[in-house]
Ligand binder design. Structure first.
Ligand code: MD3
Ligand code: FE
Length: 220
């Protein structure tokens, strides 16, 4: 058995570093959002009042197990016509809610910590995983500017993140993500395949019975 560097993430080591390189330009910042978690979740609740959770359709006609919404000038949508960024929420016909200031601030700070200075996201996709919900291996390539990083924030129930290569067949590593963890993905790691294993049932004080993930992006 090959021991991978990411195996160490499972070790319950009180002296573990709070920043862990998943790749040359992918940095896991454990607990980076912990102090802001409640503020971020209030932001999510506010967004959901205007742009409700929905299960989008894939171009193949399947309903995604992850419920989604979004905020910012643009957000990601999927339907029978394909994947794209849109300025209007197709469910309500209205613009997406404004991005809460706390989202953009945290994203800029995390990106800077990983060496991406001046990151100004214009889109935030918000994913909600009920127990059993998952995201199969994919690349994020619908953004115009692939030089900008993506910042992801994990809230609530833990999940196992799949971290693959730049081809679908390359074996993916498993990375546990917990409440408050932030990951910055950019540069040479921007087009890596990635996914999320089915979320296990549980209860988290901050979110109840689900995991919420924010991904902050530069879409145009
Ligand atoms: C690696 N979401 O919304 S976030 C997605 O936990 C998505 O909800 C997952 O994949 C989630 O597209 C993973 C981590 C993530 C986001 C974007 C990436 C990892 C990435 C882009 C390039 C490489
Ligand atoms: Fe993705």
């Amino acid at each position: 058995m090959t021991k991978h560097a990411v195996d160490d993430l499972f070790a319950d080591d009180p002296h573990a570093p709070d920043a862990f390189a998943l790749g040359a330009q992918a940095l896991l910042l454990r607990g980076f959002a912990l102090a802001q978690a409640d503020e971020l979740l209030r932001g999510v609740a506010h967004v959901v009042q205007e742009a409700p959770w929905r299960h989008m359709q894939t171009p193949g006609g399947q309903s995604m197990s992850v419920a989604m919404t979004g905020c910012g000038p643009l957000s990601w949508v999927s339907d029978r016509r394909g994947y794209r960024y849109a300025g209007l929420d197709p469910l309500t016909g209205r613009p997406w809610p404004a991005m809460p200031a706390a989202f953009a601030r945290l994203a800029r700070q995390a990106a800077e910590r990983a060496g991406f200075v001046g990151f100004a996201p214009d889109a935030c996709l918000i994913n909600r995983y009920a127990p059993g919900a998952r995201m199969s291996l994919h690349q994020d390539r619908d953004e115009c500017d692939l030089t900008a990083p993506i910042v992801s924030v994990s809230l609530g129930l833990p999940a196992v993140f799949l971290w693959g290569g730049t081809t679908r067949t390359e074996r993916a590593q498993r990375v546990p993500l917990a409440h408050g963890d932030v990951v910055v993905w950019g540069g040479v790691d921007r087009l890596r395949y990635h996914g999320v294993l089915p979320v296990a049932p549980g209860q988290h004080p901050a979110t109840g019975d689900c995991r919420i993930n924010l991904t902050l992006r530069r879409a145009r």
